[in-house]
Design a protein. Sequence first.
Length: 172
Amino acid sequence: MDLQTRETHEVRRVVFSSYLGSTIEFYDFLLYGTAAALVFPAVFFAGLDDLTAVLFSFGTFAAGYLARPVGGILFGHFGDRIGRKRMLVVTMFLMGVASFLIGLIPGAAVIGGWAAVLLITLRVVQGIAVGGEWGGAALMALEHSGGRRRGLAASFVNAGAPTIGRPAAVRR
């Protein structure tokens, strides 16, 4: 295998990995949004009226979006110092652990208001993870691809989120 073929293979591998990582991270975001609409109001905000419970539930969803810039700054800094690949592994691990722990939080009927506090805390961790993953993946794809196709390579990271699918009502 000559040098140019090896470089092309490396670029494709990095771009595909960045795309796949983005897809996985945003899939967790989609799952959380679905649970925030259907499950969380009854589980974590059971003592409130229905409208308030749904609004609070979507407030926890928004916390993840508000935390994303923090993740970009934090993991961007350490990605420059330690390495983007290591930081991408850390972000994927953080997202997985936070998602798993959200599934283990007892409802408000068991631990009261602490359920919502734990939910928001873990949601912020998810947001930080996505912010770090997206920025790092885009930079890795951009840096590994040279020449005129840098923008195309970096755009595959953005394609990860819509790849996870559309709601069933839109498909019909």
